[in-house]
Design a binder for this molecule. Structure first.
Ligand SMILES: Cc1cc2nc3c(=O)[nH]c(=O)nc-3n(C[C@H](O)[C@H](O)[C@H](O)COP(=O)(O)O)c2cc1C
Length: 231
């Protein structure tokens, strides 16, 4: 795409173009500010949930010592690096007590990230309830399991993408503390109908579920391409 065409696309889409306006200190009055270190834990949680959006959702399956399959959603989740293929999930604690997901992953060293599409919003919210460790959220949410290939933790057939993970390490953060789980992806499964003609995941077919703040979710749409650089 030529520079001119790129500028035209930017203007039509209402995007700011580099160098379009000089720095203007007067614009600072448009912004509210917060000293994050002076905020309560609850306030920080709400601000972060509202500001860092949209977040993808990992519906994580793990297995307890007694063999109960646990399922729970986590939106403090993302890719960390592709080489090695590592993802992260931040699992909080309940009054200092680790959640089942964290306990199971530490014990077995294995888990599956089941990627969430929009149609899973209801079931994963149901599964997020505070259930005893001997009760499987998978049954409560009416989900169907499939065996995994490399690990013994099953995956969820209702999800379009399954990332089989082995625990890389757990980093404890803060006083709570929160367990930042780093998992290495060792095997993946994807629904065949997600692929476009070039064999790539088509985001429109994936229809990824996005987590916003509070009880709010979103649908990611209106995909467009923007060239890099100006040449
Ligand atoms: C959409 C969604 C996203 C969530 N994200 C997180 C998260 O990133 N970290 C966390 O600790 N809890 C998160 N939760 C809450 C957990 O899912 C919830 O505490 C769950 O009961 C944990 O289950 P477990 O004890 O079986 O591991 C989320 C809940 C929902 C509905």
């Amino acid at each position: 795409m030529s520079h001119l065409a790129f500028l035209l696309v930017c203007i039509l889409r209402g995007m700011t173009t580099p160098g379009a306006t000089p720095p203007d200190p007067a614009l600072a009055s448009d912004f509210g500010s917060l000293d994050f270190q002076a905020q309560s834990e609850g306030a920080v949680y709400h601000w972060m949930n509202g500001m860092i959006v949209p977040r993808p959702i990992a519906f994580v399956t793990s297995v307890s010592e007694e063999g109960v399959v646990n399922g729970a959603p986590f939106s403090y989740f993302n890719a960390v690096t592709a080489s090695p293929p590592v993802l992260s999930i931040a699992v909080g604690r309940r009054e200092g007590v680790p959640k089942d997901t964290s306990r199971n992953i530490r014990r077995s060293g294995q888990f599956v990230v089941n990627v969430c599409s929009v149609d899973l919003a209801g079931s994963i919210s149901l599964a997020a309830g505070d259930f005893p460790a001997d009760q499987s959220e998978i049954e409560v949410a009416g989900l169907t399991l499939l065996p995994s290939t490399r690990i013994s933790v099953p995956r969820v057939a209702n999800s379009p993408i399954h990332l089989e993970c082995e625990l890389e390490r757990v980093v404890e953060l803060g006083e709570g503390p929160v367990d930042l789980i780093l998992g290495r992806i060792v095997f993946v499964h994807f629904r065949k109908d997600l692929l476009d003609d070039e064999g790539r995941i088509d985001p429109a077919r994936l229809d990824p579920l996005a987590r916003m703040a509070g009880l709010s979710f979103g649908r990611v749409g209106d995909f467009f391409e923007v060239p890099r650089g100006l040449s």
